[in-house]
Design a protein around this ligand. Sequence first.
Ligand code: PRP
Ligand code: ZN
Length: 300
Amino acid sequence: MIDKETRIKVAIQKSGRLTEHSLDLLQRCGLKYTRGRDQLIGYGENMPLDILLVRDDDIPGLVRDDICDLGICGLNIVEEKRQEFATDGIDNPFSVIRELDYGHCRLAFGYPESSSLKQAADLGGKRVATSYPAIVQAYLKKQEIPAEVVEFSGAVEIAPSLGRADAICDLVSTGTTMKANRITEGETILDSEAVIIRTPLEISAEKQSWVERLLQRIDGVMQVRESKYIMMHAPKTALSEISRLLPGSEAPTVLPLEGKSDKVAVHVVCRETVFWETLENLKDAGASSVLVMPVEKMLA
Ligand code: PRP
Ligand code: ZN
């Protein structure tokens, strides 16, 4: 039995593109959980937080209905449901509180190579197949394009060859699916990534403080993803040039080197990817013994 007052419920995708990333994110935040085989709930052992593994389409509804406090899912689903709920008169079903920088994809039109359709403006009087009818409908309305939206729950890309639609509007990640179905990608109408949504309702102070801790840890995890700790020896005269070369770094720590008055040790955290080119440039600027190390945790 789940204790609703004191334990946070987080809904995540049961099996799909976001599942592994989302579980990994929670684990990097320190969560340890037990989950029986085929069980749809993961019970947090060291945090008052339980994971519900569900279909991604169901996540916004679970948060809206206050069955879950938080949900992690694609912005594409969040926006589709937001518009669907708005049509039902529910205006504030949840709020997006974090963008997670994984699960990137776009919702884009696609036109069969064999057709004369090339852009959304050509769709007047045509049928568009999509799994995102609310978003597509709203877009067509705004652009004043009188096209008919045909809802497909999956396999949208085969709708034109089945004669069920003239064009599609579907998620594109690598572009392989559209290409394989001889469909040319057109206008993007939504850029998506994984996000966290939260119930708009107030939650108990106890849970709220854990939600805040979790968010702070998530921010830390996201910051360290690209971060590196860099150490090197450098001539004192090269210090300003070296700071300039290091991407996204704060003020470096400069330490004296035993028995050397013209050289110092420089330690710095870089928050952006450190490329080989950067290291070569550092060397050219006079740095030696350059070490690059991953950062495991960071608390700003
Ligand atoms: C999405 C989308 C496309 C495919 C695009 O489906 O509906 O079929 O991914 O990806 P690509 O550009 O890398 O080829 P998904 O795999 O998420 O499954 P679903 O449609 O059943 O949700
Ligand atoms: Zn899906």
